[in-house]
Design a protein around this ligand. Structure first.
Ligand code: ADP
Length: 235
């Protein structure tokens, strides 16, 4: 039996106070086994990013507990959370956040220079099918290629988990499929647990597990008996 990469119990996040308080997470109980490809699906504003940011060590819960393996994230100091992110977590966001004045290779190197056990920038770019674009600047790459550079940057440190917030949100369907293929490769070849937050239901068909989220709570968790390949997903 595999261990859980993440567990949460009663995870709660409230922004603000009093009458204007926003209840972004309303007591989330979640278990995500190591090595799974998980899609967190729900409408905009339902709390998906908030959940991702807390288990990714970027934000703090108001109440409840969250664990990464046997480490209690909700008990960590800011320093410990920073270390957790540095050593274990890769992030991919909707807007690629690449440095415009650096080449693809140099953007990935920003990470490999400070990581504990990195792969080479070449290997990371090769994994996302961009070895031949290493010397290009972001402005010379398509949106899908820029996102794959961002994935290469996120995986170059050999992360235990890869969190992706609307990774295909700014892409057309063909480039979106290329990005999803790259994420699937990372999951299968590196064994990283991958968690994608999206409101695009099509993405769920390639997941091991789909967590349906609305209004700050889990509505349903579905394990897919059969998974579609990214190229077979209809958008
Ligand atoms: P999703 O990722 O599903 O779109 P979010 O987690 O971004 O949802 O947001 C959940 C709710 O929390 C929304 O109502 C949003 O407006 C609110 N929210 C998110 N971040 C903040 C913040 N920093 N301050 C106040 N409210 C926030």
């Amino acid at each position: 039996m595999s261990r859980n990469a993440f567990s949460t119990r009663g995870l709660t996040k409230v922004y603000g106070e009093g009458e204007t308080a926003v209840h972004a997470l309303r007591g989330v109980d979640l278990d995500i086994p190591e090595g799974e490809f998980v899609v967190l699906l729900g409408p905009s504003g339902s709390g998906k990013s908030t959940l991702l940011n807390i288990i990714g060590g970027l934000d703090r819960a108001t109440a409840g507990d969250a664990w990464f393996l046997d480490q209690e994230l909700t008990a960590m100091t800011d320093r410990q959370l920073t270390r957790y992110r540095r050593d274990h977590v890769g992030f991919v966001f909707q807007f690629y956040n690449l440095m415009p004045s650096l080449t693809a290779h140099e953007n990935v190197e920003l990470v490999t220079e400070i990581a504990e056990d990195p792969m080479t920038a070449e290997a990371a770019l090769d994994l996302v099918g961009l070895a031949n674009r290493a010397g290009h600047f972001p402005s010379e790459l398509s949106g899908g290629e820029q996102q794959r550079v961002a994935i290469a940057r996120a995986i170059a440190k050999n992360p235990t988990v890869l969190f992706c917030d609307e990774p295909t949100g700014a892409l057309d369907s063909a480039t979106g499929r290329a990005v999803l293929t790259a994420l699937k490769d990372v999951n299968e070849r590196l064994g990283a647990t991958v968690m994608i937050v999206t409101h695009a239901a099509a993405t769920a068909k390639m997941a091991d597990r789909v967590i349906h989220f609305s209004d700050g709570a889990i509505r349903e968790v579905v394990s897919n008996a059969t998974k579609l390949a990214p190229e077979d997903i209809e958008w």
